[in-house]
Each structure stands twice: as C-alpha cells, then as structure tokens.
Design a protein around this ligand. Structure first.
Ligand SMILES: *Cc1c(COP(=O)(O)O)cnc(C)c1O
Length: 437
C-alpha cells in the first residue's frame, strides 16, 4: 500500500515508512492511496464473526500486503486486549459504544496500543535498529495513552509535551510520574504551541539526520487506521439490525471521525455521521457555511476536544475530494456549550441511569438532535470513562457513586518528574539533541 500526502507532494511507499516518518517531505499528512472494499459476504454477516476475526479482516484489508496474517493476528491480540461493548441506552434506538475499557480509560488506548505494537514489530525486524524518540503533544488523554502503550518498550523513548498550568492535577500526574523511557515536557504555552512544536521538529531536516523521530499524535496514520475496527464491531453487535446506523463522534482533532469515514469507504453500512464538538466548533461551522476558519481554542469541560485547528480536517477533505457538497451530505455538525453538557450529563444519568463523561455526553446530545429512529439506529461513541473526568462528573452530579480506581489514586501520590521548556523551538531542539540515545 502506498501512502500519499494531502499536500500532493511525494508519496511514501509503505506503512513502515509512514509509521516512522509521519509526514511527507513537505510536511503533508499521509493517507492510504486506495481504500479497498471488503467482501460482501463479510459485510452482510458481520454479526457471525468474533471481535478478533473482525479486527483481523479489517486490518488485513488495510495492512495485509505488508504484514503477514499470523503476525497481524498477534499484534491485534496484544493491542486489543479489552472489551468494547455496545450498551443499549433505550429502546433499540440509542446505543453507547464504550471505547474506554483500556488501561488509561479513554478510546485513545485503542489506536495507541496498536501503533506501539506495530512499532516494536518493525523495529525488531530491522538489522541495525537505531533507537527512536516518539513525540506527543497532549491535553491529557493522548499523553497518558501513549505513556501506557510505550512504557518500558525496547528501543523507544517517549517525550510528552503538555501545556503548563492548563490541566487538572489528576491529568498532569498521569503524564509526569512515569520515569524510565518516558519524559514529560512541560511547555510554557498552549496546547496548539505543543502541537506546532512537535510538527516543527519532525519536519526539521537537520535534526532528523541526527536523531530518529516520529509522533504518536493523530498526524500519524498508523495510529488512526486501527480505529476503523470498532465501527465494524459496533455494527456487528447490532446483530443483523435492518436499519442503517448513524454514528455520533465526539471530536477534537477528528481522528476518530476520519477512521469512521474510512470504515464506511470499506463498505460498512453507515447512513451518516455527526461531528459533535464543544464550543470549539470550527468543523460544525464549516458544515454550516463552507468556510474553514481555524482559531485559538477555548477551554471547556470536555477538554480533550479543545482544539481550534483540527489536525485531521485535511484528511477529511481529501476523503471527499474537497467537495463541500459531498462532505456535508455525509456529515452533520453539532456543538454543545458546557452548561448544556452538564444538563445533558445529568439528564442521561437521571433519566436512563447511564453515567457518561463530558465528551461522550456531547456526542449523545448531538445524536438525540439528529436521530430519525424509524430508519436509523443511533450509536454515540463513548470516548472516556466517567471516572477519568472525576472532577466534572462529581461537580455535575454531587451524589453520584463514582469511585476513583486505585491505580489513579496511586498516580496522585507519585512524585512529579518533569522538564520545563519554553514554547520556542530552539529549546526543544537543544533538549532532544543533548539527550543521549
Ligand atoms: C481525544 C479525545 C476526543 C477527540 O478525539 P479526536 O480523534 O481528536 O477527534 C474525544 N474524547 C476524548 C475523551 C478524547 O480523549
């Protein structure tokens, strides 16, 4: 499979190269050049396959020319070692796809652990393997998922960049208490600054001659593609349902939604998608008026969706051949304020006895707004466990029974190990150059 750039410059020849390089030579994002349809018998009989079987079929379709089936099966087994249940909220109409049963309690564990396994797999196959440094910018969930996936992995170092004084104590501690091969870099700036820093060092030719660098942000196609599997698994769990499915996706950088569109391109029966955001709504705005205007992010209670310049917007455009008409025929936009998010979180709990985190709540509200139950089944993606957003959930429903898991409590007690840097590129470059490999 070739991977081509959203900038239209050089293409990259293989998954392995795409994984380790992330960007095209001119800094474009990579996309698979073709997305093959899956066989009809498979698509029509999804509900007869196991989770592992579905993952294997989907991954073979995406990566099969480069990784032998038995190796891919092993990678899947190691990476996807937790449940992804579809929970009925009410009356065969609204379902929650719980993507948060991985180690760090967000959906990011799924793409991240697959990517980490893939990296170890390709590194082991190299004759003279040179250590690699993986960079990741985060507002919390990406960084903790990356740390958990890469912790103590041979030949790989992880640097987590997060904005200083912008995260809750619990979020910070999940990033800066690891040690070993994980370094937390506290950046005096915003999340957008962290994202820009990662991109800038990755496309810096001189630095990349000296050290081997890549990223675990959703710029990296190897993290994004594995996310296609759970769309198939969700539909499989509807067990032969006749109506088509509408997916509501809580979105920030739009990796999750991009994976859904790719699943649809592989032939999965999906009527449409909802791009659900908090007030950082540049994509819903684009869907309203056809103009995409990035702007600085505003802080909200669904903080992992606080981005004003979504990374994967270019990929979405590419998937629709830059046609606004096709884009907006497939995707509807929705935005929710914090106040309404809190009200909906409460309603969902009191009305249906379902406790959702703020991000998943945004997706649920968006689904309620658009669902036409006569012809569609609605699934919203539940992207984080409510306990991961303990403070907000407790504030919204004070008498809720929500116990902090012991591993999170332990994290709170651990000592912080952190390197502080400015938001200037030179500081990060110097840090990376001076850290022995
Ligand atoms: C990262 C994240 C999102 C947004 O996902 P994207 O793929 O960036 O759109 C939503 N919810 C939670 C809990 C997240 O951590």
């Amino acid at each position: 499979m070739n991977y081509s750039s959203t900038n239209g410059d050089t293409q990259v020849g293989s998954l392995c190269e795409a994984l380790f390089q992330t960007f095209s030579s001119k800094g474009g994002l990579l996309m698979p050049e073709v997305i093959n349809l899956l066989p009809k018998e498979f698509l029509l009989n999804l509900h007869t396959f196991s989770f592992q079987e579905i993952c294997l079929k989907v991954c073979l379709n995406l990566f099969g020319d480069e990784i032998p089936e038995e190796d891919l099966a092993k990678i899947i087994q190691k990476a996807f070692n937790f449940e992804i249940p579809l929970v009925e909220i009410y009356e065969k109409e609204v379902y929650s796809l719980e993507l948060f049963h991985g180690k760090t309690l967000s959906f990011k564990d799924i793409g991240m652990s697959f990517m980490a396994e893939l990296m170890s797999y390709f590194l082991e196959k190299e004759k003279e393997s040179q250590d690699i440094t993986v960079l990741v910018a985060t507002t919390g969930d990406t960084g903790s998922a990356a740390a958990s996936a890469f912790f103590k992995r041979k030949g790989i170092k992880l640097c987590i960049l997060y904005p200083k004084n912008k995260l809750s104590l619990l979020q910070e501690k999940q990033l800066n208490t690891w040690g070993e091969n994980i370094t937390a870099l506290e950046i005096d700036g915003t999340y957008e600054d962290c994202k820009n820093l990662v991109r800038e060092v990755l496309i810096d030719k001189e630095l990349n001659k000296k050290i081997r660098l890549t990223t675990a942000n959703s710029h990296n196609i190897a993290r994004l593609l594995p996310q296609c599997v759970y769309y198939f698994w969700a539909v499989a769990q509807l067990k032969g349902e006749k109506r088509t499915t509408i997916f509501s996706v809580p979105s920030g950088n739009f990796g999750n939604l991009t994976a859904g569109i790719i699943a649809k391109k592989m032939g999965l029966r999906i009527s449409r998608f909802i791009a659900a955001t908090n007030i950082n709504d540049v994509v819903p705005q684009y869907l309203l008026n056809g103009s995409f205007e990035p702007r600085p992010a505003i802080r909200t209670i669904s903080s992992s969706m606080d981005t004003g310049n979504p990374v994967n917007f270019k990929r979405l455009l590419t998937l629709y051949n830059h046609s606004y008409t096709r884009f907006s025929a497939d995707i509807a936009g929705y935005r929710l304020t914090d106040r309404r998010t809190k009200n909906t979180l409460k309603d969902l709990y009191e009305g249906y006895n379902y406790l959702a985190d703020p991000h998943s709540t945004v997706a649920y509200a968006a689904l309620k707004n658009y669902l036409t139950p006569e012809s569609e089944v609605g699934i919203f993606l539940a992207s984080a466990h409510p306990v991961k957003y303990y403070e907000v959930v407790k504030q919204t429903i004070p008498d809720v029974e929500l116990e902090m898991p012991s591993f999170l409590e332990e994290t709170l007690r651990k000592e912080k190990k952190v390197v502080s840097l400015s938001s200037k590129i030179d500081g990060l470059k110097a840090f990376l150059s001076n850290t022995p490999n």
